[in-house]
Design a protein around this ligand. Sequence first.
Ligand SMILES: Nc1nc2c(c(=O)[nH]1)N[C@H]1C(S)=C(S)[C@@H](COP(=O)(O)O)O[C@H]1N2
Ligand SMILES: [Mo]
Length: 352
Amino acid sequence: MIVHSADPYNAEPPRAALDGHPVTPLDTFYSRNHGPIPRLDPDAWRLEVDGLVERPLTLSLDELRTRFDSRTVVATLACAGNRREELGRVRPLPGQEPWGPGAVSTARWTGVALADVLAAAGLRPEARHVAFTAPDVAPKAQPPQPFGGSIPVAKAMASEVLLAWAMNAAPLPVVHGAPVRVVVPRYIGARSVKWLQRVTAREHPSDNYFQATNYRLLPAGDDAGPGRGLPLGVVAVNAAILRPGDGEPVPAGPTRISGYAFAGEDRDVARVEVSVDGGRHWQQAELDAGAGPWAWRLWRATVDVPAGPVEIVARAWDTSASTQPESAGHVWNPQGYVNNSWPRVHVTGRPG
Ligand SMILES: Nc1nc2c(c(=O)[nH]1)N[C@H]1C(S)=C(S)[C@@H](COP(=O)(O)O)O[C@H]1N2
Ligand SMILES: [Mo]
């Protein structure tokens, strides 16, 4: 793993390690933490469901497992800071983790639908948002507070949103949120709250630092502050090149390129294209079938690499006919979020 910081623990796999695995192995899945990793006793753990509900609930892990139907969803998690490193090369982003394209991974999550738990609690019609709270207190949260966030009620009631206790058929690892985490497919990773303790139905989005201040798209020149900028939720269509690596020598001639692509909300990846001439000519990549509607799509193409230095670029299109912006400068923002500009790798074609 490439460790960006040991405490809090933040690490991503080298890009080539993600290649070829529709479902990411547990030891390869990225880790993103804002504070110390809490070790919760699963026997003592309780989930509180409160706020705008008819019947507030307190559920043990056993009750969660037995009272509701369990479901398995293959879902990709993508950190909002994924590919920030490329934004930092446009203009420095001091104090922000310089994530490469590995702050994205896919797992087979097992748990219960959040919708079923909310239905048991009797969601009131005034509820517009569902907030999640964990016990970990991040050093950067102002004022000091545990990690949290919220999603709109329509997403919370969608069957793909899970309260998960298993990952790739193994018990959820502590670093990924044991005993129970939220999994919100197609939303920025920050909404998939780990070490979940409380679910609160509300009229307004969560006031938590990580919803109200952090994870917002600020205009250039602005500083973070409560309510400033645009809240981040649904992810945008994005892609990365996983092989070859940046700077790798490759033989001139036919060269295999591969990567991942994913889309936001109710959209799917429709097409991925690659170019070796800066986007004048595009060639369609082959998309794999994908491990289900909430999972990324891996892709591959064989392109003719000319001799000498060459930049390989890619772009994905989604089913709403939206595609990725060309340059990182186009999407640069003061906290370095959601870089979905064309991925680029520079290689040197070695004449054979
Ligand atoms: N309690 C808690 N939940 C959290 C976080 C956190 O720091 N604390 N980080 C969030 C962020 S920003 C991301 S991208 C994902 C990362 O999940 P992972 O570490 O399992 O990959 O968890 C989210 N859930
Ligand atoms: Mo994140």
